[in-house]
Design a protein around this ligand. Structure first.
Ligand SMILES: *Cc1c(COP(=O)(O)O)cnc(C)c1O
Length: 458
C-alpha cells in the first residue's frame, strides 16, 4: 500500500510549522534551573535581563507551554530557505547493500551552511522588537556568526562577533562572509575586553576557545547601552527554535506514513539534535510511541559519554549562569588536532536531563572514522558534509550495516546539519592521510572535573 517514496520529501509552504514545540512541557523531570555563579541561587527573569533579550528569557524559563507561536516575520524569513528537504538516501543504501531505509534532514541549504540560521533569525527578531541597537556573540568554526550576521543584516541590527582566534586565522573566508553581511568580527581573546586582557596576560599566545569568546561577548553586551548577548547553541531557547527541524521532519514522514525506528544527530551543544528529536521525544514522553534517539559526539570531546552530570560554568571567564549539564569542566579544551567541530565542554540542560533519565543514548566516535564516513557519503549522495554533521553520518552508516547483518529493514533518520566548504584544511589533512585521533586520558578529564564549581548539595 505504501506510496513510492521520492528522493526528496518537500513540504508545501502552508505545511510548515507555525509554532515551535517546547519539549520541556512534556518532561516529568524538568531541566535544572540556571544558577547565579556567585550566590548559587536560581536565576529568574530580572536576573537575566542585563544579558539576554526579554522575550528570549521568557522562552528560556518556560517549562510548561507546549507550543509557542512563531511570529509572522520569522515565518516569512524561514520561507526564504525552508522547508528543508528530507532526503531518502537511496544511493547510500545501495552502496552499503543494507535493507535499512535511511533518511536525512538537510539543513545546509542557506549561506550560513547550517541549521543555525533557524535560531539566529528568531533571536535577532526579538532583539529588534525590544528596540535594541545590536547584539554580541561568539563563534567557533564560524557557522553561528555567519547565521547571526545574516539575520542582523536582514533586520538592520548591529552585530559584533568574537571569533575564536585560531578559526579567525584559519578561516579567513568565513570572516569575510560575516563582514559582507555587516558584522564586526574580533579575534578572541582580544584587548577589547577586560576578560580578554586577563586571559591574554595569563596565557600569552593562546589560540582561544569558545569559552573565552563567550566571556568576551557577554562583557561586550553588558558594557554597551542597547546591546544584549545571544548564543547559538546549548540554551533552551535555541533548542526551541530548532524544533522547526523536527516538526518539518515529522510532517514529511507522516505524509508518507513512515515511522522511524531511530533518530540520530550530532551533538555539540545539543541544539540541532534537540530540535530534530523534540516532537518524537514528546510522543515518547507521553507514552504514545517509542523511538531510539542517539546523540553522536567526538571521542576527543566526550561530554555525554565521559562527562559528569553537574552544575558547571558555561564559559571560561565564569561570568555566565551555571547550568546543570553533562560537562567536561569549563577549563577543558579538546586536543589541538581535533578538527571536527563539536568542541564545547558542556551540553544542553534539556538533553542532559533526558539522557540522565535514560530516554536517549549517546556514542562517541573518532575523527578519522568520521571523515571516512563523510567521504563515503559525499561520493554517493553528492553533498559535501560538515565535519560536525558527519558524526551523525558515521553512526547512521554503522546502524545500517548492523541491519545488513541481521536482515532487519529498520528506518533510520539522521540530521545532516550543514555543508563543509569551509573545512577544507581538515579534509586536506584527511586526504593526505595525516589526520590523527586523540582521546583524552582519564587523568586529563579529571583536571577538567577538578574545576567544577562547589555547588551546595551537588
Ligand atoms: C554548530 C553546528 C553543530 C553543533 O551544534 P548543536 O548545537 O549541537 O547543534 C552541528 N553541525 C553544524 C553544521 C554546526 O554548524
Amino acid at each position: 500500500m505504501s506510496r513510492e517514496i521520492p528522493y526528496k520529501i518537500y513540504l508545501e509552504e502552508h505545511e510548515m510549522p507555525k509554532q515551535w514545540y517546547n519539549v520541556r512541557a512534556d518532561m516529568k523531570n524538568k531541566p535544572a534551573p540556571l544558577l547565579n555563579p556567585a550566590t548559587f541561587q536560581p536565576m529568574g527573569y530580572e536576573d537575566l535581563r542585563p544579558v539576554f533579550c526579554d522575550e528570549l528569557i521568557r522562552q528560556e524559563l518556560d517549562d510548561t507551554t507546549p507550543y509557542i507561536d512563531i511570529p509572522q516575520e520569522i515565518l516569512d524569513f524561514y520561507k526564504m530557505y525552508r522547508p528543508s528537504p528530507l532526503v531518502r538516501a537511496y544511493c547510500l543504501e545501495k552502496k552499503l547493500g543494507t535493507p535499512a531505509k535511511i533518511y536525512y534532514k538537510f539543513e545546509g541549504n542557506n549561506t550560513s551552511g547550517s541549521h543555525k540560521l533557524n535560531s539566529a533569525i528568531a533571536q535577532a527578531y526579538y532583539a529588534k522588537k525590544q528596540g535594541l541597537k545590536g547584539v554580541t556573540t561568539e563563534t567557533g568554526a564560524g557557522q553561528w556568526g555567519t547565521a547571526l550576521s545574516m539575520a542582523c543584516a536582514y533586520l538592520e541590527l548591529d552585530c559584533q562577533v568574537y571569533m575564536v582566534k585560531c578559526s579567525y586565522e584559519q578561516k579567513p573566508f568565513r570572516r569575510e562572509v560575516m563582514r559582507t553581511y555587516g558584522a564586526k568580527v574580533t579575534p578572541s581573546p582580544s584587548e577589547t575586553t577586560e576578560v580578554g586582557r586577563k586571559i591574554l596576560a595569563e596565557h600569552p599566545g593562546t589560540s582561544g576557545s569558545l569559552g573565552c569568546a563567550i566571556s568576551e561577548a557577554v562583557e561586550a553586551a553588558t558594557h554597551q547601552e542597547g546591546y544584549r548577548y545571544v548564543l547559538g547553541s546549548v540554551l533552551n531557547q535555541v533548542l526551541l527554535h530548532q524544533t522547526v527541524i523536527g516538526l518539518e521532519t515529522k510532517a514529511a514522514l507522516d505524509k508518507y506514513g513512515i515511522v522511524p525506528d531511530m533518530i540520530i544527530g550530532c551533538a555539540g551543544g545539543g541544539s540541532n539534535l534537540g530540535g530534530l528529536i523534540s516532537p518524537f521525544m514528546g510522543e515518547k514522553l507521553r507514552g504514545e510511541k517509542d523511538y531510539r534517539f542517539i546523540a553522536v559526539e567526538p571521542a576527543s570531546c566526550p561530554s555525554f559519554t565521559r562527562g559528569r552530570f553537574a552544575y558547571d560554568y558555561c564559559d571560561t571567564g565564569m561570568v555566565c549562569p551555571l547550568a546543570k549539564m553533562y560537562t567536561l569542566g569549563s577549563g577543558f579544551i579538546p586536543s589541538a588536532n581535533h578538527a571536527g567541530g563539536l568542541r564545547y565542554h558542556g551540553m544542553s540542560t534539556i538533553l542532559s536531563q533526558l539522557y540522565h533519565d535514560g530516554l536517549m543514548e549517546a556514542v562517541s566516535v573518532e575523527q578519522t572514522s568520521v571523515f571516512e564516513a563523510a567521504e563515503q557519503f559525499a561520493r554517493v549522495e553528492g553533498i559535501l558534509p560538515a565535519p560536525e554533521s558527519s558524526h551523525a553520518i558515521k553512526v547512521a552508516i554503522d546502524e545500517a550495516l548492523k541491519c545488513k547483518e541481521t536482515g532487519e529493514a529498520k528506518t533510520i533518520v539522521f540530521g545532516l546539519t550543514g555543508t563543509g566548504y569551509f573545512d577544507m584544511y581538515a579534509y586536506e589533512k584527511f586526504n593526505n592521510g595525516v589526520m590523527t585521533d586523540s582521546v583524552p586520558t582519564d587523568e586529563e578529564l579529571e583536571k577538567g572535573f577538578a574545576g567544577l564549581p562547589k555547588v551546595p548539595g551537588q
